[in-house]
Design a protein around this ligand. Sequence first.
Ligand SMILES: [Zn+2]
Length: 279
Amino acid sequence: MKDVNFLTFDIEEWFHANYKGIEGLQFCAKDTNLERNVDILIGMCARYNTQATCFILGDVAEQKPQIVKKLHSAGHEVASHGSSHKIISTMSSKEFEEDLYKSVDTLEQITGEKVLGFRAPSWSVNATSLEWFYGVLSKQGLRYSSSVFPAKHPMFGIANFPKEPSYPNKYGIMEIPQAITDIIGFKSGYAGGAFLRLFPNWFIKRNIDNANRKNRPVFLYLHPREIDADEKRLELSLIDKFFHYYGVSGCQNKFEDLLAQYSDTFMRMDAFEAMYRTS
Ligand SMILES: [Zn+2]
């Protein structure tokens, strides 16, 4: 069987993040580089003739619907990243339901198509929220989630969670978990966000190839701000600043090199789930 991987983007503004010290602060979405950066990502996908799954924040869709329209008309999947980047594990099931409903409704009104996928902000589904998380997705008519870091990590994650796509609930919702690797006993991601900016591409490729040899698909993930050294920046502690901004200036080239190698393997997550469901 041909190797399958996914190209995913989390479409949000430069200030959508969940660090201590910035909660409750108000930021302005006017005059940001988001639309320009999304245009760059759309152009990059077109060069490699490949389609992405885009987890778009409801607040962004409300304020800048043209971004959703552009991604949709370029053939990319429009999925939900929630409404306002709230951490799932701090919400009740009712609060999450409202947050999810609002984002799904906004996206569907813009594209006229059903939203099938969801990604939690900051990998924030934990073992406690798992009790109601998939039930809420199912109630909204979703088919899959790409929200779990399947191991314990200092900032997030669920221990003993399946490492490959599966249906880990009674609702028929597929989970496509983040790909992880073992670095001297420490479980780490490698295929997106800070991990992708930190690790060299030879290491990332070796891990993707190892996963593919075991028939495990890997999703790459990237935020528009990660290819833009000129975008405004959050004031963060030294350590948070490091993980949030390290390697931003070289990230676009690095990402494009991964696209060049894996573009033939990418499929949209909705198509993957549909294939799995019927096979
Ligand atoms: Zn996010």
